[in-house]
Design a binder for this molecule. Sequence first.
Ligand code: R5P
Length: 337
Amino acid sequence: MSVILEGKPDKNLILVTGRAHPKLATDVANQLGIDVLETTAYDFANGEMYVRYTESVRGADVFVLQSHAGSVNKAIMEQLIMIDALKRASARSITAVCPVLGYSRQDKKHRGREPISCRLVFDLLATAGADRIMSVDLHASQSQGFFNGPVDHLIAMPVLVDYVRDRLDLDNIAVVSPDAGRIRVAEQWAQRLGGGPLAFVHKTRDITRPNQAVANRVVGDVRGKDCVLVDDLIDTAGTIAGACKVLQEAGAKSITVAATHGVLSGPAIERLRNCGAREVVLTDTVPIAPEKRWDGLTVLSIAPLLASAIKAVFTDGSVAELFDTYPTHHGQGFLFA
Ligand code: R5P
């Protein structure tokens, strides 16, 4: 009989965070009943970054939370070097948790000689040493295929639907996609809100210039309807403001805007405040500073969803089940799914 040395049966979950959105990491840790592992992180004078974990990570399942927000390129680079440090310190598994994934919108070539930058971000995470990637509402869900390993593509829709459904007359709603590309998502929203009608905005874009879109007209009947306008990301809010304008021209009774990632660059706040929507509902995948908030803005926490997914991954449970069981756990939070 051969003699073997038995390993440790227990395994450890460690959550670490970069500097892009530490509040979200703390909220996730609170949901999980753990602390965020302390990390030393600073910038050199020339902009290079340094990180070091203050405790051993050997043999642990480590989740590296970093929203690719604010200074997007810096956030990505910091997460890459955090992953590299974990790999060299013998973490057992490394999951890159990217509540918002930078460059997600650049997922295909529109013209010759363009990059597919979203693919590059996945490649960088893989090269650094990520075994697994977790993100919320990628611009296109098929981008999961850019990573040759498990991708937990979480959807914020249940969090947003949970909030919106209690505040609207569901018999009078229409779900509106701000462009033709997101009709499938709008359809899922409509299903979860009881099967109301769908509409979409015919949007055209100047692909030679960033953030330039024109909302031409609404396709579908929204007259007298309480419209729920849904999108993955609000950047400069040109898309949403344009959609609100054509919805109002088409006779919408009210507009509620719901989006996952509130990037809110440049003129976004002014546009959203003046777009005529009764409420704008976002999640906090991106930090939203107090000075960017106004009475008509509601920011929902994405932490329960992330914590539930992290817990499911760590315990070899089902992430899909979190979404399949909705709406049975409506209003109860995700850890109870
Ligand atoms: C576009 O396809 C996206 O889903 C968003 O609608 C868009 O990126 C938002 O950008 P902006 O707020 O600058 O119009």
